[in-house]
Design a protein around this ligand. Structure first.
Ligand SMILES: *[C@@H]1O[C@H](CO)[C@@H](O)[C@H](O)[C@H]1NC(C)=O
Ligand SMILES: *[C@@H]1O[C@H](CO)[C@@H](O)[C@H](O)[C@H]1NC(C)=O
Length: 358
């Protein structure tokens, strides 16, 4: 008896609660609707006359802001745990979508006067000071016999870094970017040492050449932008693509060694790799840099140019790239931005290792 009464009371209680909730819900819905309508009819919202001519607009802007903020999507990978299993040697695939960047972060000026001398001193010190020790530097590939080459393309095969292990397990991939005038000793020897080597050379007679078991040549040159879609493909004389596009088309997502000799296009290409997050897919970077002029599409006075170069390398450092090798080319003109100053060469070969790859 008592039990039944209790149950009855409980039921009415919940019913009332439900009704109350419903009323509250309807109330908020209507008020929201009213507000939305009043926003589209500005006269309704403004009860007091605006004090200043701009105040009304300002108030409406303030009201509108939160509704815009709600449209933020956070994209997450669903398979981040499964991809871990398939990744090789602790290399993690970037699954998270990173926000697009439009420019690199410029470093503060080297000094108050913003002079070329201060910028050059800082930059030259940076490119001639190694940041990490490598106990096994290997120049021009993996063959033991010494070859006399003009340029010492150098990688690090220290056991504490992954490249040597990737080579042993034949899971190593090398990309070589050039303009077709270089010797290929590095590429041949990396291929015969067990790496899959892709050489990009716009001067090839055919689109793809499979030269040796692990050596491919592609008639492509790497650029910092894709071709203008307004130009019909048959009118494009050269085939240039961004590295990101090439990686997507080839179905590759990592490059153990990226070697590049781009004759002063290296700055904009490096910038593009940083801005698009491609740099994180690279294990070692071997780059020839050219200092006799600012480079393609690099503008500004001399101190701004050197500050920009320096800022690119600082971006690399923030991505955990450490410089382990620096070579000053004495065979090239000893010029720095067209001037015979600072005891600098116009050409250096630099090698970095991505320390996040181990
Ligand atoms: C170079 O240009 C920057 C701004 O673009 C300016 O702040 C700086 O003073 C200039 N430096 C020299 C040495 O003219
Ligand atoms: C110029 O640099 C080289 C090494 O890069 C060094 O051996 C030489 O002593 C330097 N000369 C001067 C005048 O500083």
């Amino acid at each position: 008896m008592l039990c039944r009464e209790l149950r009855l009371r409980w039921r009415t209680c919940t019913l009332r609660l439900l009704a109350l909730c419903l009323a509250a819900l309807l109330c908020t819905h209507f008020s929201a609707e009213l507000r939305r309508k009043s926003l589209s009819q500005p006269g309704l919202l403004v009860r007091e006359p605006p004090k200043e001519p701009g105040a009304e607009l300002y108030n409406r802007r303030l009201e509108e802001v939160p509704s815009k903020r709600q449209v933020i999507y956070v994209r997450r990978s669903s398979g981040s745990s499964s991809s871990k299993g398939t990744s090789q040697a602790g290399v993690h695939r970037r699954d998270t979508l990173q926000p697009a960047r439009w420019h690199i972060d410029l470093q503060p000026w080297a000094g108050h006067s913003r002079s070329l001398e201060e910028e050059a001193r800082r930059f030259l010190h940076y490119i001639t000071t190694s940041q990490i020790a490598c106990s096994r530097l290997v120049t021009n590939g993996l063959t033991d016999h010494l070859v006399d080459t003009q340029k010492p393309w150098t990688v690090c095969l220290d056991n504490k870094f992954s490249l040597v292990h990737q080579i042993r397990s034949k899971q190593c991939r090398v990309y070589s970017l050039g303009l077709g005038e270089e010797e290929n000793i590095f590429e041949f020897s990396m291929a015969s040492g067990g790496c899959e080597v892709h050489r990009f050379d716009p001067s090839l007679p055919s689109a793809h050449i499979h030269e040796a078991e692990r050596l491919w040549h592609h008639r492509l040159s790497v650029d910092w932008r894709d071709p203008n879609p307004a130009i019909a493909p048959h009118r494009l004389h050269s085939n240039t693509k961004k590295l990101k596009t090439i990686l997507n088309e080839f179905g590759h997502w990592k490059i153990d060694v990226l070697k590049a000799d781009m004759e002063s296009a290296e700055w904009k290409i490096l910038e593009n790799l940083i801005l698009e997050g491609i740099i994180e897919q690279i294990g070692q970077l071997v780059l020839e840099i050219h200092l006799h002029w600012p480079g393609f599409e690099v503008s500004g006075n001399d101190s701004s140019v050197v500050r920009y170069w320096y800022s690119l390398f600082k971006e690399l450092e923030h991505k955990d790239f450490k410089l382990f090798y620096s070579y000053k080319d004495f065979s090239k003109p000893q010029l720095f931005l067209k001037k015979d100053v600072f005891n600098a060469s116009s050409c250096y070969i630099l090698s970095w290792i991505n320390t996040k790859w181990t």
